[in-house]
Structure formats: C-alpha cells, structure tokens
Design a protein. Structure first.
Length: 260
C-alpha cells in the first residue's frame, strides 16, 4: 500500500495538472479504463493526471463503455460471467443504455452480416455464422463520442506533451472500409504504432492505435480487439489550424475545448 502511495505522489509531483481541464491534478486516471481489458490486462504507461472532478465524472460512463467495447468486437466472449456482471452494473447505473441495446432477430442479423461482408460464405469464413446484431442508439453514440474526446485528450498529453486546447473532430468507420484507398492514404501517414505491454506480455490485441503528431496536430485511428466491428478516427488541433467555418461531412462530429 505504501509503495502505491509513493508511486502516486511521485507521478503527481511530475504531472501537476489535469490532462482534461488543466486544474491541479489530485488523482491518476487510466485511459483506456482498466475495465475495458480482458482479465484487466491493461497496458502499462497509460496513466494520466486528473483532478478529482474530471476523474469521478467519467466513472459511470466508463462502466457503460466497458460493455459497449465488448459488444463492438467480433471476438468471441469467453467469460460469460464477467459479461453478465458488466451488463448488470450498466442496468443498475445506466438503464437508458440497457434498454437501448436490443438484439436483432436471427433473420435481420444474417441480412446485416451478408450486407457487410458480401455473402453467407464470407460470413462463415470469418467465423460469424449465427451471430446476432445489436442496435446502437443515442445513448450508445453519446458514450462513444465521449470516448473519442477522452482519447484525443490523453493521446495529446502523451504524444504532444501538453494539455489539449482546441478542436477535436472524430468519426467511426466499419473495419472493412480501412481497405479502401482513401483510408489507406491516411493510414500510411500514421507512423506512430505503440506496442501495448503489460508484465512482458503484448496486449495490443485488446487495444491498438496508430498516430501522427506535431506540436499543433494529432491524427489517430484506434480500435479495441483483434477483430473490431468499428474503428475510430480522431483528429485534434490547436485553435486556428483548422478553419472554424469548415463544412465537415455529416458523419464527422466535433467538439471544442478551452482551458480556463
């Protein structure tokens, strides 16, 4: 216990301001949250200074996101009890999300997968025969939007070495769209590819991202799971780098952050 306290004190002595709002830091935040990872094998080094208010305000949303992260992966769910416990926690603390997540019928799910992957044989080849699709609604989108904003802030703190202030734009895309030429052009410029490690074990299959950064700009694509259904594209820039009147496509979202 004493070692953990000393480590926290040393960390906060070096990182004195909250990476989200710039106020004095009093806690250590993990992003992605530890609950996102199988058997809590979160990557080492992804700890960030936070004030108590910012850290505490994320707590329940992170619990809900832990469920969504498991749902938007094509990986087989091996720990049913853990999944059930996560869902029960969400049902208690975020009933809106629990009610929103509805499983589609077998016929609708089969049609959805065939539309995405071209044929029943393709669906079978990637091991998705019998999968049931699930609806994502406004609350799911709100949570995923928050996740993209938090990713931008923490990645900026880690790679740009400052607290972010400016504009964040983001979107999510189906994994198979990464093979299209426009996506490949973006990906080819994302030269940063961190390897997620914990206790000498590579845990990049649970969380992985690529990025490019300068003092004024961060562009990144991140995903959860080896076989994600969605990947997230995030761009963060300081004020003045992007024209504030730029007409973004409707599938892009944006959020501005101004430090006090």
């Amino acid at each position: 216990m004493g070692q953990a306290r000393n480590r926290k004190q040393l960390f906060l002595a070096e990182h004195t301001k909250c990476c989200y709002c710039g106020l004095p830091s009093t806690t250590i935040d993990h992003f992605p949250p530890r609950t996102f990872f199988k058997e809590r094998n979160w990557p080492m080094g992804y700890e960030f200074p936070a004030c108590n208010s910012c850290n505490h305000s994320k707590r329940l949303d992170e619990q809900s996101l832990a469920l969504l992260v498991r749902i938007i992966r094509f990986d087989n769910e091996t720990n049913i009890k853990s999944f059930q416990n996560t869902f029960q926690g969400v049902r208690n603390n975020n009933p809106v999300l629990a009610q929103e997540l509805k499983t589609e019928s077998a016929v609708a799910s089969k049609t959805y997968l065939k539309t995405r992957f071209g044929s029943s044989s393709n669906v079978d080849k990637i091991g998705l025969t019998g999968w049931r699709s699930c609806t994502l609604g406004p609350e799911s989108n709100r949570l995923l939007d928050n996740m993209c904003i938090w990713f931008a802030q923490t990645a900026w703190y880690m790679h740009c070495k400052s607290i972010f202030s400016g504009k964040i734009i983001w979107t999510n895309v189906l994994t198979e769209h990464l093979n299209l030429e426009p996506a490949q052009k973006i990906i080819s410029n994302l030269i940063g590819k961190p390897i997620m490690m914990r206790n000498g074990k590579n845990v990049s299959e649970d969380f992985f991202y690529r990025y490019f950064s300068t003092d004024d700009l961060l562009i990144s694509i991140f995903q959860f799971g080896k076989h994600p259904q969605l990947v997230f594209v995030v761009c963060a820039t300081k004020e003045g780098i992007i024209d504030p009147n730029i007409d973004l496509p409707q599938y892009w979202k944006q959020h501005s952050i101004e430090l006090a």
